[in-house]
Design a protein around this ligand. Sequence first.
Ligand code: ADP
Ligand code: MG
Length: 245
Amino acid sequence: MKISKLKISDLKVNVDGKEILKGVNLEINTGEIHAVMGPNGSGKSTLCYAIMGHPKYEIVSGSVELDGENLLELPTHKRAKLGLFLGFQYPQEIPGVTFGNFLRQAHNLKTGEEISLGNYYKKAQELLENLNIHKKFIGRGVNEGFSGGEKKKAEIAQLTALKPKLALLDEIDSGLDIDSLKDVANGINKAYQELGTGLLLITHYQRLLHHIKATNVHVMKHGKIVKSGGMELVELLEKDGYHAI
Ligand SMILES: Nc1ncnc2c1ncn2[C@@H]1O[C@H](COP(=O)(O)OP(=O)(O)O)[C@@H](O)[C@H]1O
Ligand SMILES: [Mg+2]
């Protein structure tokens, strides 16, 4: 399989006129799992939004490239089409669009197929079954009335349908009970093992990394990556906290 590379160079980003990212450098290849940890407010979500092209996040300087192509000039949907996916820290509800139809559209856009809702139903059911989401959710509005944990699982369902080259998952483990954490981790591992999806996992907790083996670990503080290493960093943080770095 061809390796894809997401390359972030000296990225500086302002939000409401305030500098939040102060020069982030990071390279993620397919087949790699990068965990990013860091105190609240250090700019982790900002990094995800900036990569994906949220209009509120103003790029001051630096570059974001996917296989040499400058992403910063592209609208968000083109970035997605090139193979980027963002799993939100706080997923939005989309009343009026059923979850099944949403997944079907994602599948069709990605594959170029024109599967009808009726024909997609079985696929959706299987996809949700793997994540232990009840099939009745297919007919509900996207995230509408879903619990916090169900919303996070729904993000992984979308990832599974879209089969991205690289997925940014922002605190996908927050608010999950033990069983849901396992379901989410299984879904992520499946994408990683079957498709080689490269991952950027933002997390505060070692417990996610008990289920998903990160190849690289980074610590972000005050808008910069201040330390990179392997799983030993996670243990150090768990023991001594962020001020140890
Ligand atoms: N949309 C926004 N409007 C105003 N300030 C923001 C916005 N998004 C982020 N910030 C500020 O940017 C800083 C970094 O936030 P964020 O990227 O969410 O951090 P993290 O995800 O690491 O907790 C915080 O001080 C936050 O208040
Ligand atoms: Mg955040």
